[in-house]
Write a protein that binds this ligand. Structure first.
Ligand code: BGC
Length: 721
């Protein structure tokens, strides 16, 4: 390979959306033929992808196949719930299955590389991208990272429906100051290792083929030029042997971060161990001169190119560059009935029932229902952000799904009640383009909703954010219902009719009014292409809700960051009534606790936990102990319960969290059924990174806690000696 050809492999432009026949004569077609392109991304459809590949294979000197990437984040055309929602299922099989189906559909249309899983831990509901991850817990995040890598890559990318995962965004993207996207991140290394790194490490161990850099700085150095991150930690410490791609134009952005000119930032990225440049063209523009001037060695280029070519070998592209381009599979294996049924089943597991006074839910499908709100008849919002391959206008709205579930639509009454946002400009910026705004004044919309509500026995309010109000560049400073929706909700509650709130959100939102005044509240996130039917399945009781929060729901923005696995202070407040305690760590004007804690979620049935048992009260530092707890379904409906195990290290060489999730299990229980759930505590569960960043188990006393949520546990003492 010539130096130019090597540098070409390190370049990943966005695929231009050109009519197939014109690709050859386009700029990108010329670049591919000249060997200046290693891969392209976000192109949809076998026809175009085949044409790009043909140019690479037949018209470039070496005929090296391109790699085709896409943000297949929560499904391809069959769209699964957004990742934050999926995490609330705590169902690793379901999450793996969702990734497997996404891979099989994407690969049928020529995609062999997905920019997923996003495994950034976040305690920042203001940050819109909290929607793309698995919430606030590193252990749960690690299990989900593994499940997704397995789902995408299958048996090591051998089959033509197994694609390469790209773990993103390394690192710490989920901790921006103020929750503002792309903003500064600053934290101690012990915190990185103990609280944020576990999912990245797990994904690397699971064999993920590639990693993506993050936009933020880490210890003052942008991730894309951070050698400590990509070489010392990812490769040397964790043994990752795949390739690293930047996030979108992130090398160029290092100039804006203040790291110098084009040559400086390119050199920083190569020195850091970053192999491929996404969308920025920096490597293409600078590397040749950098090699000529001796600032970058040709060996460094060889190393990067070898990793990229190895990935193409692993995917089988050198054996068959068209392995993933299969029009017959594209025509028959995408958005199939079976895939859609899986998406519907899985979506129903992700809803979190937060409140259900007097068992208002499930509703009878024979009653008279007023379905009200800007998300009640908004099909385009159901699938949520990052649905790159979804076919617009194909999926159903809640209104259609309800009408079908009720069989007789004459008992279903609908009114929009409010626009998503009071401000039209805000709505255009924060929602899907084809969300039609009602031009009438807010008061008129509410009045209409009240007239409609009058006809029904029960009101279902479908309220929340627009689908694009979470995801990238969608930070919010206020987290309550936007626009006039709160006024609408209050007016509906004031009718005295029972109200069920379905809260659509891509993040934890602030629901203090709702928690106090609305009898039933269920968070439905964005549930994907089959989401409307899945919501109907749960609302009408075909399925019992089983989701549990994976991010704490705050009472106010002022409490953020708020997370269950915090350290103690020297002056914790008491567990007593929520009155202010002087010289204690609390607020004058708010409780310290979340409105709804991590791990919390109700069901249509009730579960009773029996006493927990430890197989032994003592454990050797290299031993293990089995914890078991009987869990009974003592209600009248079949349902799933997520049993959670937390630990606390009582005395250590540094302050340790008051609780850390170490194990969980989702169990299905028939009415009257009891199952004993067992967890094995291993030395790793009791270890942590000390101030020298050594992973150590310090003998002593540990609290082992088991329960249905982080705030409701029984405790036993374990001594390690
Ligand atoms: C996002 C990434 C994404 C990439 C490619 C960036 O703006 O941060 O998550 O994979 O674009 O679309």
């Amino acid at each position: 390979m010539t130096l130019d050809e090597k540098i070409g492999q390190m370049n990943l432009p966005v695929g231009a959306d050109i009519v197939t026949g014109d690709i050859m004569n386009s700029d990108i077609g010329a670049d591919i033929a000249a060997g200046r392109v290693g891969g392209v991304f976000n192109m949809k459809g076998c026809g175009k992808i085949r044409e790009y590949q043909r140019i690479a294979v037949e018209n470039s000197r070496l005929g090296i196949p391109l790699i085709f990437g896409m943000d297949v984040v929560h499904g391809y055309e069959t769209v699964f719930p957004i990742p934050l929602a999926l995490s609330c299922s705590w169902d690793m099989d379901a999450i793996e299955e969702s990734a497997r189906i996404a891979a099989s559909e994407a690969s049928a249309a020529g995609i062999c590389w997905t920019f997923s899983p996003m495994v950034d831990i976040s305690r920042e509901p203001r940050w819109g991208r909290v929607a793309e991850g698995a919430g606030e817990d590193p252990r749960l995040g690690a299990e989900i990272a593994r499940a997704m890598v397995r789902g995408y890559q299958g048996r090591n990318m051998e089959a033509d429906d197994e694609i390469m995962a790209c773990v993103k965004h390394f690192a710490l993207y989920g901790a921006p100051e103020g929750g503002r996207d792309y903003n500064t991140v600053d934290m101690s290394r012990q915190r990185m290792f103990n609280e944020y790194f576990e999912p990245y490490k797990a994904a690397a161990e699971e064999g993920a083929g590639s990693f993506m850099t993050s936009f933020n700085v880490v210890d003052g150095i942008p991730a894309s030029g951070n050698r400590w991150l990509f070489t010392d930690v990812l490769r040397d410490l964790w043994g990752f042997d795949g390739f690293v791609v930047t996030d979108y134009a992130a090398i160029n952005e290092m100039m804006v971060h203040g790291l110098g000119g084009p040559d400086d930032v390119s050199k920083m990225a190569v020195d850091a161990g970053v192999d491929m440049d996404m969308a920025g063209g920096s490597y293409l523009a600078t590397l040749k001169n950098l090699v000529a001037s001796g600032k970058v060695s040709e060996e460094q280029i060889d190393t990067a190119v070898r990793r990229i070519l190895e990935a193409k070998y692993r995917l089988g592209l050198f054996d068959n560059p068209y392995k993933y381009i299969n029009p017959e599979r594209e025509a028959t294996q995408i958005y199939t009935q079976a895939n859609r049924e899986a998406a519907r089943r899985i979506a129903a597991e992700t809803f979190v029932l937060l409140k259900n006074n007097g068992n208002l839910l499930p509703l009878s499908a024979d009653g008279k229902i007023a379905l009200i709100g800007p998300l009640a008849d908004a099909a385009t919002h159901m699938q949520g952000m990052w649905s790159v391959a979804a076919v617009p206008g194909r999926n159903r709205s809640l209104r259609t799904a309800f009408a079908e579930a009720m069989a007789d639509s004459s008992r279903l009454f609908y009114a929009k009640g409010a626009n998503l946002y009071g401000d039209a400009e805000m709505e255009a910026g924060a929602s899907m383009a084809n969300c039609i705004r009602d031009p009438r004044p807010a008061g008129e919309l509410v009045a209409e909703a009240l007239a409609v509500a009058e006809k029904a026995d029960v009101i279902v309010a479908a309220l929340g954010e627009g689908a694009e109000s979470s995801g990238e560049s969608a930070s919010r400073a206020f987290l309550q219902l936007p626009g006039n929706q709160m006024e609408l909700l209050k007016a509906l509650v004031a009718t005295g009719k029972p109200v069920v709130l379905l809260n659509f959100s891509g993040r934890p939102t602030v629901m203090t009014y709702e928690a106090e005044n609305v009898p039933a509240v269920m968070n439905v996130w964005y549930a994907g292409s089959e989401g409307a039917d899945a919501i109907a399945d749960v609302v009408f009781g075909k399925v019992s809700p089983s989701g549990k929060l994976t991010a704490s729901m705050p009472r106010s923005v002022g409490q953020i960051p708020l997370y269950y696995n915090h350290l103690n202070t020297g002056r914790p407040r008491s567990d007593g009534p929520a009155v202010f305690e002087k010289y204690r760590s609390n607020y004058l004007d708010s409780p310290v606790t979340p409105l709804f804690p991590f791990g919390y979620g109700l069901s249509y049935t009730t579960f009773a936990y029996g006493p927990m048992k430890l197989s032994s009260a003592a454990m050797a530092p290299d031993g293990s102990v089995v914890v078991s707890v009987p869990v009974a379904n003592n209600g009248s409906r079949a349902a799933a319960e997520v049993v959670q195990l937390y630990v606390r290290d009582l005395v250590a060489s540094m302050s340790r969290p008051v609780k850390e999730l170490k194990h969980f299990e989702r169990v299905e229980l028939q009415p009257g059924e009891t199952k004993t759930v067992s967890f094995t505590i291993t030395p790793a569960d009791l270890s942590f990174y000390n101030s020298n960043l050594e992973f150590v188990l310090e003998p002593g006393e540990f609290d082992i806690m088991v329960g249905p949520s982080s705030a409701e546990v029984q405790t036993a003492r374990l001594t390690v000696r």
